[in-house]
Design a protein around this ligand. Sequence first.
Ligand SMILES: *Cc1c(COP(=O)(O)O)cnc(C)c1O
Length: 375
Amino acid sequence: MYAQVETVVDLDAIAHNVRILREFAGDAAVMAVVKADGYNHGAVEVAKAALAAGAAEIGVTAIAEGVQLRAAGITAPILSWLNDSDADYAAAITADLEIGVSSLSQLRAVEAAARSTGRTATVTFKVDTGLNRNGLSAVEYPQALAELRSLVDEQAVRFRAIFSHLARGDEPEHQTNNLQRDRLLEAIATAKEHGLEPELVHLANSPATLTRPDLAFDLVRPGIAMYGLSPVPELGDFGLRPAMTFQARVVQVKRIAAGEGVSYGHTWIAPRDTTIALIPAGYADGVFRPLSGRFEVWLGGARHPNVGRVCMDQFVVDLGDNAANVQEGDVAVMFGGEAGAPRAEDWAARLDTLNYEVVCSPRGRAARRYLGGPR
Ligand SMILES: *Cc1c(COP(=O)(O)O)cnc(C)c1O
């Protein structure tokens, strides 16, 4: 009935997390960030659950993602902010997407699309306040404002917002956060000198939403926290609930004798007669091979260690004395929010990476299934 390997996404957890984020946001609105197919949770379903729970807007990185959300019936404001040189601004304007502009050349391409479609483009300026990634540079900014001003005057463009992105939001006390706030305030002042008043200003990502209420401005843009993962694990879980569970069904249970090696290279030798279970998920499905021998699954009411190497589409766990509680078809949880189960953070710590990368990993045969959601 269910897939052998699956991610189960709990949309009620998404709704719970949005409600928590709304509390932290105070008077600011919440933009639910669903780039990268909703951090691999499913952009359409997550966006619908987040909007039903009180998020006001949706954020994506690519116009195609926004168009997909419109096609799924989402009518809330959608901002797309990582537009490349192939970006189809005409499609964005037609789908009523708000276009994040990070350079003069992008502004001119949006202008051309507004003229060719004969419709007003909604533009948001992304200003670079110190991340030094995408965003208008201080060099281009005055010229961009001058051109924006005339586009607004002739109603080719509606100027919606100014925003920026933090480099060190996960270090709440770091002075860079203050520096970026100050530069954003300067950018707003400069826009006003050009007669341009944004309808909205925004800066905060998940960590800033949860730890720096002074940076909330008019809107916050949480991503990872909405999926229930802490953006600053050292500071706790903020009451968030992980929405994703990555699990697979045991395909085989067998006895092996002491001294037998398991999986390629026999990197693990059974120290005693034991029982092993075969799990049909491997690195092609998002179980990182460097985790070999370094992670556990929740199976039969207990944690069991992976033994031997993770292969392309399977790995083995040692059941030890708990074999009687496990049979073919049982679900082994690799990570998730269930009590007792390993967490995405456990993988992240062993892999020297972030929970963000861990939830983006399930793929291949991993099917997605949803629980709960707006009714
Ligand atoms: C990804 C992203 C976010 C969300 O970041 P989280 O750390 O997941 O909350 C917010 N704003 C921008 C510009 C982003 O690219």
